[in-house]
Design a binder for this molecule. Structure first.
Ligand SMILES: NC(=O)c1ccc[n+]([C@@H]2O[C@H](COP(=O)([O-])OP(=O)(O)OC[C@H]3O[C@@H](n4cnc5c(N)ncnc54)[C@H](O)[C@@H]3O)[C@@H](O)[C@H]2O)c1
Length: 452
């Protein structure tokens, strides 16, 4: 039976290397579409958790996962030799940056070694980890070809970028279009046929490198536009304008404008890192990716700007940062997730700790963080903790935080996300730009009394 036939009747075995934010939702989707899926991990806690039907990824529901495990459509293993039993293998391991901020390909390298020793005729290999344009063809293909098997006839090789958007209630693996590009036409066709089993819309492109570039365009687009709007906030501040008012008004234009919001910087595993994969590759081709670098400059300077804003707000109250109690609200890199990787809140905290502030944090999704060389346990967000802080800094606008209470009980707020409704503010509110809003002047004395 050929791989084509196995895809057509859904008897193909699917192996996913790396059961993280990307790999686990992918496993669940294909299991739910009737395919037997095995997850390959190096982390035994994750393997145990999956075998017990317990999810550790917020977007993957325990009940749905347990159903697939019980039905025998999902299992997990540390044993990489079992890759030889798989017909299709997706590589979903991390692609971080090294200390020198160059691509760290060690995880892909290690996954590739496992695939290489298990490769047999009839397998389709797909890299899903984000990487620079050319990696599938330049690094994976020559290595897999050393087995003596021929690509396009004995085995197939493609790149397909992962677009998962954690905590997005509208778009999941099934209804997010999937781009695929093979190292040859046969590989593109095989990969497209496979993904059509579990994903509604598959968009083939002419090469693996084009597919790699698609992902980098998407994330560079976000990084550049966030950089632009962050710079708008800085410019508005110089002009004495409130950037959020300006952006809200610009967004009423029904065409030709796409709304982005300023904030304390960029975070997560993708937006701050992926564009660097692109500029790194282009540096080797004697080309400077100017937009990428400029956006990085603006975005990575935002935590410093926030720390300065906190310092000058305290200064207005004749207080120094040193010794001030600062409560940072929301430390995940975006709303409604528990992921703090590259979160700008951690850098804001580090800068404030460095200046001698006593920093605590509150976040319903995160229990502990390591920032500024210290391990911090979360503080409960309450009337007491808000009122006890000399300054409350809002860095992530989770939807399950009572923002009105923040406005009501905090004396001084620096809100980098526009989360706190002005009407609720009884103290002083600063956003990323524009003059401070003095709640005491606008709120009825009775409300003030009730708040204190
Ligand atoms: N998280 C996202 O929102 C997102 C979105 C799009 C693309 N991506 C990309 O997808 C890739 C994976 O990201 P993630 O967020 O799922 O990472 P993750 O850290 O959540 O998961 C990766 C998993 O791979 C495992 N792993 C590492 N080396 C391994 C090996 N040699 N063999 C088997 N397992 C191994 C780790 O233990 C971990 O569980 C990255 O390239 C990332 O840039 C992530």
């Amino acid at each position: 039976m050929t791989l084509r036939d196995r895809i057509a009747d859904r008897t193909c075995r699917y192996g996913v290397i790396g059961m993280g934010y990307v790999g686990l939702p992918l496993m669940l989707r294909f299991a739910q579409s009737g395919v037997r899926v095995t997850g390959f991990e190096v982390d035994d806690a994750k393997v145990e958790s999956i075998q017990a039907g317990r999810s550790y990824i917020p977007d993957v529901d325990d009940g749905e996962l347990a159903r697939e495990v019980e039905a025998g459509r999902i299992d997990a293993t540390l044993d990489m030799s079992r890759l030889a039993d798989m017909d299709v293998i997706s590589i979903c391991v991390p692609t971080p940056l090294s200390k020198s901020r160059d691509p760290d390909l060690s995880y892909v390298e290690s996954a590739l070694r496992s695939v290489e020793s298990a490769l047999r005729p009839g397998q389709l290999i797909v890299l899903e980890s984000t990487t620079y344009p050319g990696m599938t063809e330049e690094m994976l293909l020559p290595r897999l070809a050393t087995t003596g098997l021929r690509v396009g006839s004995d085995f197939w090789l493609a790149f397909s970028p992962e677009r998962v958007d954690p905590a997005n209630p509208r778009f999941g693996v099934r209804n997010t279009p999937k781009v695929v590009g093979g190292v040859d036409e046969a590989s593109t066709e095989m990969a497209a046929a496979f993904y059509r089993m579990g994903i509604e819309h598959v968009h083939p492109v002419s090469s693996a490198s084009a597919a790699e570039m698609v992902k980098l365009l998407e994330n560079t687009f976000r990084s550049v536009n966030i950089g632009l709007v962050n710079e708008v906030a800085l410019m508005c501040d110089r002009l004495g304008l409130d950037a959020s008012e300006v952006i809200r008004a610009a967004a009423t234009k029904p065409f030709g404008f796409m709304r982005f919001e300023p904030g304390p910087g960029i975070g997560g595993h993708c937006i701050p890192l992926d564009p660097i994969y692109l500029s790194w590759k282009l540096r080797h081709l004697d080309y400077r990716a100017r937009f990428v670098e400029l956006a990085q400059d603006v975005n990575t300077a935002m935590p410093q700007y926030v720390a300065e804003r906190v310092a000058s707000a305290l200064n207005e109250r004749a207080r120094s940062v040193k010794g001030s109690r600062i409560l940072v609200v929301g430390v995940a890199y975006k709303p409604d997730v528990d992921d703090t990787r590259e979160s700008p809140a951690l850098e804001v905290i580090r800068l404030l700790v460095e200046r001698g502030a006593e920093v605590s944090f509150a976040d319903p999704h995160v229990e502990t963080i390591s920032a500024g060389g210290a391990l911090l346990e979360r503080t409960e967000l309450s009337q007491n903790s808000l009122a006890a802080a000399d300054c409350v800094v809002v860095t992530t606008h989770h939807s399950d935080i009572d923002w009105e209470a923040v406005g009501l009980y905090a004396h001084l707020i620096v809100d980098t996300r526009g989360a706190v409704p002005k009407e609720s503010v009884t103290g002083t509110l600063l956003t990323l730009s524009g003059p401070a809003y003095d709640g005491a002047k606008s709120v009825a004395p009775l409300v003030m009394e009730a708040a204190r």
